[in-house]
Design a binder for this molecule. Structure first.
Ligand SMILES: [Zn+2]
Length: 75
């Protein structure tokens, strides 16, 4: 049961995929925030949405990280 739970927790974005994902702006590594279901770039201070398990890694979709703290519904 414990193993099953662990798989479900990482199901949203597989680690393999995460490893090859890069920020479209700086080409740096991205962090996955499973609570908010977003990918964030600490380098650019932006985040990218994840829609239907597909990260939208487009420059046009980059949102400032500050927005997360302004909007309490996303926390
Ligand atoms: Zn970046």
């Amino acid at each position: 049961m414990a193993i099953r739970k662990r798989i479900r927790a990482t199901e949203m974005i597989p680690q393999d995929l995460l490893n090859i994902l890069a920020c479209p702006i700086c080409k740096g590594d991205l962090l996955y925030d499973s609570k908010r279901d977003i990918l964030l770039c600490q380098e650019c201070k932006v985040y990218y949405p994840v829609e239907e398990d597909i990260p939208i890694l487009l420059r046009d979709y980059a949102r400032p990280l500050e927005e997360l703290s302004k909007d309490p519904s996303r926390l």
